[in-house]
Design a protein around this ligand. Structure first.
Ligand code: AMP
Length: 183
């Protein structure tokens, strides 16, 4: 069988993402990522395509955001010979935590990370499934910065380009998304 190009692999993965209109509320085009994980072929291709960008970055920790970020982050960590660290919603992590608040459509949300999970020598890859407005990831980015690490890379499976989530990050931040949708 001929080897597929990266573009062909990304097109294949994009075709596996299922769009669910009006979920969980009217007007939202929900991108269901579960079909990406459900076959050996798709999961392998996704794992390889996400990992290859970071092979030479000397990543020491992959930080995943609860909950859909918890699926690929540990796989990325294994592939990159790095550790995995969770960012969780309040009240879930048992030891001392650092916390960051951020505005959601309705009210304020919080996320937490264990205080001792990261150290100054860490090179961090922050991962979540999808970039929409960017609010969740910006809070995670600020939380990891509070931990005082050496360098931070940001990675998503999907980016919804029309929402311009990238724009809320400092220009210097390295943000990669594998699959792009307009909305
Ligand atoms: P945001 O903070 O606006 O970038 O939203 C990102 C978070 O909300 C991610 O963790 C996604 O899992 C989820 N999310 C937002 N919009 C969508 C969407 N259209 N389809 C699937 N998940 C979404």
């Amino acid at each position: 069988m001929e080897k597929q190009t990266r573009e062909e692999i990304i097109d294949f993965l994009k075709s596996r993402v299922r769009n669910i209109p009006n979920f969980p509320i009217n007007g939202i085009q929900f991108k269901d990522v579960t079909p990406l994980f459900s076959t050996e072929e798709s999961l392998n291709k996704l794992s390889d395509a996400l990992t290859s960008t970071y092979k030479d970055k000397k990543i020491t920790k992959v930080v995943g955001i609860e909950s859909r970020g918890f699926i690929m982050a540990p796989i990325l960590a294994m592939n990159l010979n790095a550790g995995f660290v969770p960012i969780r919603k309040p009240g879930k992590l048992p030891a001392d935590v650092l916390e960051e608040s951020y505005e959601k459509e309705y009210g304020v949300d919080k996320i937490q990370i264990h205080k001792d999970a990261l150290s100054p020598n860490d090179i961090v890859l922050l991962h979540d499934d999808l970039l929409a407005t960017g609010g969740t990831m910006l809070a995670a980015y600020n939380l990891v910065r509070k931990s005082g690490v050496k360098e931070i890379y940001i990675n998503f499976i999907i980016e919804l380009e029309e929402l311009n989530g990238r724009k809320i990050f400092p220009q210097s931040v390295d943000i990669e998304a594998l699959i792009k949708f307009e909305i």
